[in-house]
Design a protein around this ligand. Structure first.
Ligand SMILES: N[C@@H](CCC(=O)N[C@@H](CS)C(=O)NCC(=O)O)C(=O)O
Length: 221
């Protein structure tokens, strides 16, 4: 099994967590942003990483999109499950989708804004700052859109706190796609001091999920 990824992408981290939880051996192929399209588009028709290549007879050639990849992994290796039985399956899927589509994006806005300003010293090299500027332009990351993203994260973290502070899992009684999505998609905030200070419980939980999935911790933790 081969994972085509950007090493720093939080969506790729989500897939690595799932692969680790299910103890599926895999290799990674790190792609260069920009050039990645040449490798990925012919395989999935999409331009985004992660892409999983099962490289096994009888399996699809390529699967794009982290949510689709986690669905595939669940049928490929059902144990231990990451999707709970109904009716909890729908709740886990809904949380995963919200975390992917809304919260993962909000994290990206806050993270790249931070890396271009207060967090510039993390890597002030011209190449890193160029990549950050390209990403900011690509996604329309401006002070106004960052303020909206911060507001969205405040609400999301209140929702996650309600579930996580009294119980280790967002849905049901074991780890699900919802916990994996939250742990991966919020992980870039570990480098942002204000989030580390205001939400210590979040980073404790991110550490625990990484340990359960045998995945190295994200930068900052
Ligand atoms: N919904 C997608 C989002 C993936 C995504 O946004 N990937 C980014 C990296 S974090 C990417 O590959 N961007 C490159 C591009 O859009 O060309 C998923 O869950 O896989």
């Amino acid at each position: 099994m081969r994972l085509l990824q950007f090493s720093t992408s939080h969506y790729c981290r989500k897939v690595r967590l799932a692969l680790g939880y299910k103890k599926i051996p895999y290799e990674v192929e790190n792609l260069t942003p920009g050039l990645h399209i040449l490798r990925i588009k012919p395989l999935t028709g999409l331009t985004t990483t992660p892409v999983l290549l099962p490289e096994e007879a009888g399996q699809p050639e390529a699967i794009g999109d982290s949510t689709q990849i986690l669905r595939f992994l669940e049928t490929y290796r059902p144990e231990p499950p990451l999707i709970p039985p109904p009716p909890l399956a729908a709740e886990a899927a809904m949380l995963e989708d919200w975390l992917d589509e809304s919260i993962g994006t909000a994290t990206r806005f806050v993270y790249y804004h931070f890396r271009a300003g207060e967090g510039k010293s993390i890597d002030p090299s011209p190449i890193s700052q160029l990549v950050i500027q390209v990403v900011r332009r690509q996604y329309g990351i401006t002070p106004a859109s960052v303020a909206l993203a911060e507001q969205r994260l405040r609400l999301a973290l209140a929702v996650l706190w309600e579930r996580w502070h009294s119980h280790p899992f967002l849905v049901g009684n074991s780890l699900t796609v919802a916990d994996i999505a939250a742990a991966a998609l919020l992980s870039p905030l570990a480098l942002v001091g204000s989030y580390r200070q205001d939400y210590p419980w979040l980073f404790d939980r991110i550490r625990e999920v990484h340990s359960e999935c045998s995945e190295p911790l994200p930068p900052g933790l």
